[in-house]
Design a binder for this molecule. Structure first.
Ligand SMILES: [Zn+2]
Length: 223
């Protein structure tokens, strides 16, 4: 079932940031583009999907994103003054004002509701949700751990991507990126987020506009 294999991979990787799989040193040394760990770099051979199938998967992912956003929005809170100060120079005041954060306690983001169907088809080793550090659902960021500045920065890049692309287009690019690259860390939306996060980590005083960077990557066809 090559088609559903891809659904499984996409669903579990969507917007997941596997930061705890990498030590801070590994991340710093790797420079973000092209970093590899055995777990992250396991590219799957991806079968060719028809345009209709890609549209269907993209739609499923977009629906999952919207549903999770609805689920967590009411419990999420604006950035604290301290969080805002740490990243304010890089993001628009509008984005910082509109984004909501939630750190889950003794709770995990639910798997996509098409997981049971996939298990029914024989998938035994669907990736563990606990491997995710944080997940961004448009303007709502849900985390399984306290936000470091770098984690916050990474997820805010995704918020900016959503802002420029909209949920359906973001989902489509995420799906296409996974199908083309065969792995989570080859998805251009993630490469963009890890690259900009890397610049922030390497020197938080060297300011740049994430809004302009995302627009540039999009205009040049890199997303
Ligand atoms: Zn990410």
């Amino acid at each position: 079932m090559p088609f559903t294999l891809n659904i499984a991979q996409i669903a579990t990787h969507v917007l997941a940031r596997h930061s705890q799989l990498l030590s801070r040193d590994e991340i710093s040394n790797a420079g973000f583009v092209g970093f590899r760990t055995p777990k992250l770099s396991r590219a799957m051979p991806t079968p060719k999907l028809t345009p209709d199938q890609i549209a269907e998967v993209s739609s499923l992912v977009a629906g999952y994103i919207s549903a999770q956003r609805e689920r967590y929005a009411a419990r999420a809170h604006p950035l604290s003054a301290q969080q805002r100060a740490a990243v304010a120079a890089f993001f628009s005041p509008e984005l910082l004002g509109n984004t909501r954060l939630l750190v889950l306690q003794r709770q995990r983001v639910a798997n996509p509701d098409f997981y049971p169907a996939l298990r029914g088809l024989g998938f035994k080793n669907l990736p563990d949700q606990s491997a995710m550090a944080a997940i961004t659902f448009c303007d709502v960021v849900v985390s399984h751990e306290p936000f470091s500045d770098a984690l916050l920065f990474h997820e805010l890049v995704h918020v900016e991507q959503y802002r420029q692309l909209s949920i359906p287009r973001f989902a489509e690019l995420y799906v296409r990126g996974f199908l083309n690259g065969g792995s989570y860390d080859a998805i251009p939306l993630e490469v963009n987020a890890y690259t900009l996060e890397g610049r922030f980590r390497s020197d938080p005083r060297r300011v740049f506009s994430v809004q302009q960077e995302v627009a540039k990557w999009a205009a040049e066809g890199h997303l």
